[in-house]
Ligand binder design. Structure first.
Ligand SMILES: CC(C)(COP(=O)(O)OP(=O)(O)OC[C@H]1O[C@@H](n2cnc3c(N)ncnc32)[C@H](O)[C@@H]1OP(=O)(O)O)[C@@H](O)C(=O)NCCC(=O)NCCS
Length: 188
C-alpha cells in the first residue's frame, strides 16, 4: 500500500482508520478522562477543539514529515472507537518515526493497544520504509513502557528531568526499534 493511498490497517480485532465526525463523543470521553490524560501533554479537550482535531485528521495521511497522524482504532466487533495510535515522521530525519497511543479505559488491559501499535510499526517499516521508530514515556507510566517492551522495543535512554510537565520536572524513558530487528522481535 502506498502511503498516498492509505485507507485502513487491519489487525485481528481492529481497523485502524482515519478519524471521522462520528468519533467525536467517544474521542472526547477518553480525552477528558483524568487517568488517561495523566501522562499526556494535554489535560482535556473541548468540543470545539475535538471537532477541529477530527476534521484535520480526517483530511490528513500518515507519513508527512513533521505532522502527527492519529490512527483511530475501531473495534471490529461492534464498531466502537477504542482509542488511537499516533505516528510522527521526524521532519529533520524522515527515516525516523515516533509512535504514541491512547486507549479508553474500557479497552485497556486487553492487548488492543499493543495490537494497534504493532500494526502501525509494520506500516512504518513497510509502506513508509522508515529505519527506526522511537517512543518516549514518563518513567512513572508503567503501562506505557510495558507496552513498548511487549512490542520488543529496547530501552535506550533514561533522561532525568527531561520535561517540565504539569507543574513539575519529570524523567522520561526513550525506547526504540530498528527496521532490521523488527521481524525478529515482533514475533518473539
Ligand atoms: C498506555 C496504554 C495504551 C497501555 O494500554 P494497555 O491496555 O496496558 O496495553 P494493551 O492493550 O497492550 O494490554 C496489555 C494487557 O492486556 C492483557 N491482555 C488481555 N487479553 C489479551 C490479549 N488477547 N492479547 C494480548 N494481551 C492481552 C495483557 O496481559 C496485559 O495485561 P496487564 O495490563 O495486566 O499487564 C494505556 O495505559 C493508556 O491508554 N494510557 C493512557 C494514555 C497514555 O498514557 N499513553 C501513553 C503516553 S506515552
Amino acid at each position: 500500500m502506498s502511503p498516498r493511498t492509505f485507507i485502513n490497517l487491519d489487525t485481528p480485532r481492529l481497523i485502524l482508520r482515519r478519524f471521522r465526525e462520528t468519533d467525536l463523543t467517544s474521542f472526547m470521553e477518553y480525552r477528558n478522562n483524568r487517568e488517561v490524560a495523566r501522562y499526556q501533554s494535554w489535560e482535556s479537550i473541548s468540543r470545539v477543539e475535538a471537532t477541529k482535531f477530527i476534521a484535520q485528521q480526517s483530511r490528513h495521511r500518515p507519513g508527512i514529515p513533521g505532522k502527527w497522524f492519529q490512527f483511530a482504532a475501531e473495534v471490529k466487533a461492534g464498531g466502537a472507537l477504542a482509542g488511537d495510535c499516533a505516528l510522527l515522521v521526524i521532519r529533520t530525519t524522515p527515516r525516523i518515526g515516533e509512535i504514541g497511543y491512547t486507549f479508553a479505559p474500557a479497552y485497556q488491559h486487553s492487548g488492543l493497544a499493543t495490537e494497534a501499535a504493532r500494526a502501525v510499526i509494520d506500516f512504518a517499516f513497510g509502506s513508509l520504509e522508515l529505519n527506526r521508530i522511537i517512543a518516549t514515556t514518563d518513567c512513572r507510566n508503567a503501562p506505557s513502557f510495558a507496552l513498548m517492551e511487549r512490542l520488543g522495543m529496547r530501552r535506550e535512554g533514561h533522561f532525568v528531568h527531561n520535561a517540565w510537565f504539569k507543574g513539575e520536572w519529570c524523567d522520561e524513558y526513550q525506547y526504540s526499534v530498528l527496521r532490521e530487528d523488527w521481524t525478529r522481535v515482533r514475533l518473539a
